[in-house]
Design a protein. Structure first.
Length: 80
């Protein structure tokens, strides 16, 4: 994947990346794209998926924290 594509994806919000990923899935499921275009589209979809997963992980980290209790680790709401 080209460097410009990676920068483009990094600038997307979660919602924008997810919408593009959904379009890619629909496009690939139709099977009406040539082989080379399918490979490029799949690579972009993989990068979009990773971007979405990272955004979700960041959001989760912001709203939960790990708390060590006598009975073991657990999560608690994040408080600033």
């Amino acid at each position: 994947m080209a460097k410009d594509d990676k920068n483009d994806i990094a600038a997307l919000s979660f919602e924008q990346a997810l919408a593009q990923l959904e379009q890619i899935v629909q496009q690939l499921e139709k099977g009406q794209v040539g082989l080379e275009d399918s490979i490029n589209t799949y690579e972009r979809g993989t990068a979009l998926k990773a971007h979405c997963e990272a955004k979700l992980k960041d959001a989760e980290a912001r709203i939960e924290k790990i708390v060590i209790t006598p009975s073991g680790p657990t999560t608690a709401p994040f408080d600033k």
